[in-house]
Unconditional design. Structure first.
Length: 403
C-alpha cells in the first residue's frame, strides 16, 4: 500500500472549520488515548488526507516519546499543520471541551450516565474503540510493517508491553524500535520528503520550549512566595502534565498525590470523579477540570476547573509546539528515516497491545459485545462507513443490550 501524500504547505483551514471538525471528534472519541489515535487517523489520514500515513506515524511516535497527553498533542499538531497556532488552539478546544464540560458538571453533582440505558449507551460507545483501534492497526500494519523485519519489531513491541505494561516500557519500546531501524531498516522505501509545512519558526519553537522550562522550574517558588491557591492549583496540574509518560491513566497518581494528601479534595470524591472520567469521550486529562472545580478552596467551581484544565495540558502542548519546527529537517535525514521505520513498526505494536489491554479487556464482556465490535470493524473496513455512523450504531446497540 502506498503512503497517502501529505498536503502542500499552502493547504489551510479556518479557525471555525478546524474547531467544528475537532468538536465532532471530541463528542464521539471514546476509548482512551490509543483509540483517539485511531479516530484521528481515520479522519485526517484516510478521509481528509491532511497528512500521509508514514508522516502521521512519525508524529504519533514523537508524541508518544514526550511527556503529556499523546492524542491531544497529535490533534493539536494536526491543527497547527492546517491552520497555524490558531488552528492548533481550535483543535485542542474542540477535542477537549466536550469531556471538560461533562467533568465540570460532575463536579456540581450531575451524572449524565447513571445506570440503565445511559450506562448501556456509554458501554456501547466504548465498544467503538475496539473497532476503531482494530481498523487503525489493520491499516497501519500494511503500510508500516511491509516486511519481515518490521513485522518482527511490531510483534516484539506488543509482547513487551503486554508482559510489562508500564509507561517506561512504552518509552523503551520506542527507543528499541529506533535502534532496530538504524541497524536493520536502512534499505526500506524512501520516506516522503515533502515538507509537512508546520507554520512554526525555529525561534518560536525555542521560545515555547523555554516557556515550558521556566514554568516547570518557576511555579513551585512562585507558589511559596505568593501563597495564592490559584498558583498552587496551576503548579500541581502543570507538574502532573509535565512529568507523565504513557497517557491519561498515568497522570492519575500524580494528581492524587497533589490533591488528596493536601486536603484539597477527599479521596472518595477523587475516585468518584475518576469513575465519571472513564465514561466520557475525549482526553482523560480533563479529569483535572473536575479536581479544580470540586476541591474546597477558592478558586474552585468554574474558575478552579479552568485553571487546572489549562495547566495540565499546557506543558505537553508547549513541548510538541516547540519540537514541530525541527521535525521536517530531522525526518529527512537518512539515519532518522531508518530509525523512524523501526519506531513506526513499534508504534503498530503499541497499538496492538493497547487493542487488547485496556481496550478489549475493559469493553468486551461477552458474545453480544463481541458481535457489536466486529460489526463496527466490518462497517469501517469493508463497507467504508463513516466513524460517526459506527458510533451511532454502537451507542444504539449498547442501549438495546442493556434493556
Amino acid at each position: 500500500m502506498r503512503d497517502v501524500p501529505s498536503p502542500p504547505p499552502a493547504a489551510a483551514e479556518g479557525f471555525v472549520s478546524i474547531l467544528l471538525i475537532f468538536l465532532r471528534l471530541g463528542l464521539t472519541s471514546f476509548g482512551g488515548p490509543i483509540a483517539h489515535i485511531g479516530y484521528l487517523r481515520d479522519e485526517f489520514v484516510t478521509r481528509r488526507r491532511w497528512i500521509g500515513e508514514a508522516a502521521y506515524a512519525d508524529l504519533v511516535a514523537l508524541a508518544q516519546f514526550m511527556p503529556g497527553p499523546a492524542s491531544s498533542q497529535v490533534g493539536f499538531s494536526l491543527g497547527v499543520l492546517r491552520g497555524g497556532l490558531p488552528g492548533g488552539i481550535a483543535a485542542w478546544c474542540g477535542f477537549t471541551l466536550p469531556s471538560a464540560l461533562v467533568m465540570l458538571l460532575a463536579a456540581y453533582g450531575v451524572d449524565l450516565a447513571a445506570g440503565g440505558t445511559g450506562a448501556g449507551i456509554v458501554h456501547g460507545l466504548k465498544l467503538v474503540a475496539v473497532a476503531v483501534v482494530a481498523q487503525a492497526v489493520w491499516g497501519m500494519a500494511g503500510n508500516l510493517c511491509p516486511d519481515r523485519t518490521r513485522a518482527t519489531v511490531a510483534v516484539l513491541a506488543m509482547v513487551a508491553l503486554l508482559l510489562v505494561p508500564a509507561a517506561l516500557t512504552q518509552v523503551a519500546v520506542i527507543l528499541a524500535g529506533a535502534a532496530a531501524g538504524i541497524a536493520f531498516c536502512r534499505d526500506g522505501a524512501p520516506a516522503n520528503d515533502a515538507a509537512l509545512g508546520f507554520r512554526v519558526s525555529r525561534r518560536t519553537g525555542l521560545l515555547a520550549l523555554l516557556v515550558f522550562a521556566v514554568l516547570l522550574v518557576g511555579l513551585p517558588p512562585l507558589t511559596a512566595f505568593t501563597g495564592a491557591h490559584a498558583v498552587a492549583l496551576a503548579d500541581a496540574a502543570y507538574r502532573a502534565g509535565a512529568l507523565v509518560f504513557g497517557g491519561g491513566h498515568v497522570v492519575l497518581p500524580l494528581l492524587e498525590r497533589a490533591f488528596v494528601p493536601s486536603g484539597w479534595i477527599a479521596a472518595e470524591s477523587f475516585l468518584a470523579g475518576y469513575g465519571v472520567a472513564q465514561a466520557v469521550p475525549g482526553p482523560l486529562f480533563t479529569f483535572a477540570a473536575f479536581l479544580g472545580a470540586a476541591q474546597g478552596l477558592t478558586p474552585n467551581g468554574l474558575a478552579g476547573g479552568a485553571i487546572t484544565l489549562v495547566a495540565v495540558f499546557l506543558p505537553g502542548l508547549l513541548l510538541i509546539y516547540g519540537m514541530l519546527p525541527f521535525w521536517d529537517g530531522f525526518r529527512r535525514r537518512p539515519d532518522a528515516q531508518a530509525a523512524l521505520r523501526g519506531v513506526n513498526a513499534a508504534v503498530v505494536g503499541i497499538l496492538l497491545a493497547a487493542l487488547y489491554d485496556p481496550i478489549w479487556t475493559s469493553s468486551v464482556r461477552g458474545p453480544v459485545d463481541l458481535a457489536i465490535a466486529v460489526t463496527g470493524f466490518a462497517a469501517l473496513v469493508l463497507w467504508k462507513a463513516p466513524a460517526w455512523l459506527v458510533v451511532a450504531w454502537t451507542a444504539a446497540a449498547g442501549a438495546l443490550a442493556s434493556i
